[in-house]
Design a protein around this ligand. Structure first.
Ligand code: UN1
Length: 502
């Protein structure tokens, strides 16, 4: 373990503040990062003070003035080098994600792969920041639009994807010509320091230190400052709906922009005609993967009456065999929850579930330390807790008769991130994907709710916040659009045919 920390430069006491250069002794509090699998300390982080934060944003702003003038494909080359360094560090970084956050090694490495994928995507994108041209209604006029860098972008990330979600934002923003100030979750500071070290090294050797920067500190301090900071035209926030709402209000008050990736409450509908083997594997990955701590975790399972009993039995048998243990052991399927607090919240939720008439079919108990048993609960769609996001491995089983009924229940929650249907019926699949089907930002057929590829736009509707990140045209959020009209006619015809005589 120590060798990994040493190699990544996060052993002992490490600075959690870096602008154009590392601030070796930041003035904020000291915080210790723990391994949730055994409660042992990994390393100590010196957090950024308010003054450190100000300096970091000033340095990022100065870097932006130069970075925005670098041709986008050249920016892409620098991001490509970051992708190369991430490839080299993949095993170590993946292990660090596991050590600090508790997801199993395969998922820790998968998360680093997600960064590598987005780096590749961003490199291609750096040559494709296309604008449209329009036909002007006036003779001898040309209209087009172009996309300019926005400025310094604030990225606030959550513990559950300590690096992948940062990379969706940061690497795209960087090819767009923006600089990035990152506030990671206080639960995963070392992973952030390790990634910042890599990015800083690459940008520094090209004379662009300050494109990526890091300010570790409490949400109530650094996060709150970022939301109010007029030097940051865009804040991308990933986290709970309640914190996201505060961020959105603060950013909107100064007429800044925000990208919000908030809570999910993702449902899977399994029809009588579904391939149940596929459905079972997808549902278990979706509900137990990352110990139920993904925003895309499957939380509600709608089972059509004809297969409900059979599927429930199969699920129970699989749940009883889930290997819970040290996430660094390749045989483990489910690691611990991220913290003691997370365990307490799950236990409180289990109480509420029972109080509201939910029938716990298996699991839901606390084990040693931060470990818990994943829970299967027979529930009714109308139970109030079913409408909430409990950030833990709790899966509600709800039986239904018709697809219309399932879709109505499915959509009747405040969140709208990810959704799936398992069916071999074209009609059922298309109906689920149609405008009267799933109301989520992500809707899948015969694959689960979690584990999205980076090529699509990622995000959700309603209280999930409406943001889109990663693939497709999500890059547009990190740029400002400028419409240009050029008159080469030698006349001055006015639009709308207005005659203005002077
Ligand atoms: C999150 O949980 O915040 O689709 C992101 C997925 C991952 C990303 C999850 N690619 O499950």
């Amino acid at each position: 373990m120590n060798a990994i920390l040493e190699r990544l430069g996060v052993a002992g006491t490490v600075p959690g503040a870096c602008g154009a250069r590392w601030i070796e002794t930041p003035g904020g509090r000291e915080s210790v990062s723990f391994n949730p699998a055994n409660g042992e300390p990994l390393a100590t982080v010196l957090q950024a003070s308010a003054e450190d934060y100000d300096r970091i944003v000033d340095e990022a702003s100065a870097a932006f003035v130069r970075w925005r003038m670098v041709p986008a494909p050249r920016r892409g080359e620098i991001v490509r080098e970051i992708g190369e360094e991430l490839r080299k560090a993949k095993d170590d970084l993946g292990a660090l994600v596991t050590l600090e956050m508790g997801k199993i090694l395969a998922e820790g490495r998968g998360e680093v792969q997600e960064m590598i994928d987005i780096a590749d995507f961003a490199v291609g994108l750096s040559r494709r920041l296309y604008g449209l041209t329009m036909h002007s209604e006036r003779p001898g006029h040309r209209m087009y639009e172009q996309w300019h860098p926005l400025g310094v972008v604030g990225v606030v990330t959550a513990f559950n994807f300590p690096v992948a979600v940062w990379s969706w934002n940061a690497l795209i923003a960087a090819v767009c010509g923006d600089c990035v100030v990152w506030k990671p979750s206080g639960l995963t500071p070392l992973t952030a320091v390790a990634v910042q070290r890599i990015c800083h090294q690459v940008t520094e050797r090209h004379g662009f230190a300050g494109v990526f920067s890091l300010a570790i500190g409490a949400g109530s301090e650094i996060g709150a400052r970022m939301a109010e900071d007029r030097r940051l035209p865009l804040i991308s926030f990933t986290g709970s709906t309640s914190t996201g709402r505060d961020v959105a209000v603060k950013v909107a008050e100064r007429l800044g922009r925000s990208i919000l990736e908030l809570g999910g409450n993702n449902g899977v509908i399994v029809m009588d005609d579904a391939n149940l083997d596929l459905a079972l594997r997808a549902v278990v990955f979706g509900s137990v993967g990352t110990a139920g701590q993904r925003c895309t975790t499957t939380r509600r399972l709608f089972l059509q009456r004809g297969i409900a009993e059979r599927f429930t039995d199969a699920l129970l048998a699989t749940y009883r065999q889930i290997r819970i243990g040290d996430p660094i052991d390749p045989e483990t399927v489910m690691g611990p929850l991220v913290s003691e607090t997370a365990v307490e919240e799950m236990m409180r939720a289990m109480e509420t579930i029972r109080g509201q008439g939910g029938e716990v079919l298996c699991g839901g108990k606390r084990l040693d330390g931060c470990f818990v048993e994943p829970a299967l609960v027979r529930a009714k769609a109308a139970m109030p807790i079913v409408r909430e996001e409990v950030f833990a491995p709790v899966l509600y089983l709800i039986e239904f008769d018709t697809l219309d009924e399932a879709v109505a229940w499915h959509n009747d929650v405040p969140q709208g991130l990810s959704s799936s249907i398992f069916t071999d019926s074209l009609t059922a699949a298309e109906s689920f994907l149609s405008q009267r089907g799933s109301d989520c930002g992500i809707a899948n057929v015969n694959i689960g709710t979690s584990g999205a590829e980076i090529g699509g736009a990622f995000g959700g509707e309603k209280e999930t916040g409406g943001g889109r990140e990663a693939g497709s045209d999500s890059w547009k959020a990190y740029m400002r659009r400028q419409t240009n009209t050029i008159n080469w006619s030698g006349e001055l015809p006015l639009a709308q045919g207005i005659e203005f005589r002077i």
